[in-house]
Write a protein that binds this ligand. Sequence first.
Ligand code: CAA
Length: 255
Amino acid sequence: MEVELTRDEEFAILTLNRPEALNALSFQILREIGEALDEAARSDARALLVTGAGEKAFCAGADIKELRNRSLTEQRAGAELGHAAFGKLDRLPIPSVALVNGYAFGGGLELALACTFRLAAPKAKMGLPEIKLGLIPGYGGTQRLPRVIGPARALEMILTGRTVEAREAEKLGLVNRVVEGDLLAAGKAFAREFTSYGLPALRLAREAVTRALDLPLHEGLMMEADLSTLAFQTEDAEEHMAAFEMKRKAAFKDR
Ligand code: CAA
């Protein structure tokens, strides 16, 4: 297995474990990512942390050696496999945090972009270098990058294929923050800012913001009215609003 899913406290941790190839995404690894995400969705973890094994890389992208000499049908199936695997992060019932511990290129950055949040080590380097191979990003980069950093900056990264260092990535909004020291510990601390809240509201908030980027404003506001009404109907909301009024403590039950 080149993808490991482990449990640590309230976290599920997905590790790409192919350091000899800088965790490059073979088709087998993409399938294993999909399976690991299904398992994470079934678990009682409250957040998923995604990282890469080894000192150098989060993930150096699609396995270039596998990409060659394929028919158009195979290419298309490969893109759909990547979309299906990373799309599971959108539908994961818990938020996810990519811990970008080194290189995140091509499909590797696309994996990080599919996560809810991204933290980076100071030495991390990111980019979509597909243009240098005569390709364009194929695992969601042309769609998710402009949604995260805006179309002008996304086009600059995609058309030049240039490498962005961690500090610049933070300024661009490509990563939420750059953290010194132990990235896993920092990822846990970051996630603990939300893991004690109720899962239904966390999920509804993620869905509302994700769909905001696809909808005209008036439709988005209607969708927000629907989702916020659903949040009001949860036991968690009722219990916490009652507890506020009665000045007593309450606990989230995820219902
Ligand atoms: N695919 C397959 N193997 C890869 C790989 C990749 N994307 N990236 C690195 N490797 C392998 C290398 O072939 C090498 O293996 P060998 O020792 O067997 O030769 C090993 O990992 C170590 O790599 P390097 O020796 O190149 O390490 P480096 O430190 O000198 O360079 C790097 C690091 C700058 C990340 C360089 O490896 C590199 O440029 N990799 C390719 C990055 C890239 O172009 N990614 C985009 C892929 S296309 C894509 O992702 C399309 C899409 O949208 C889905």
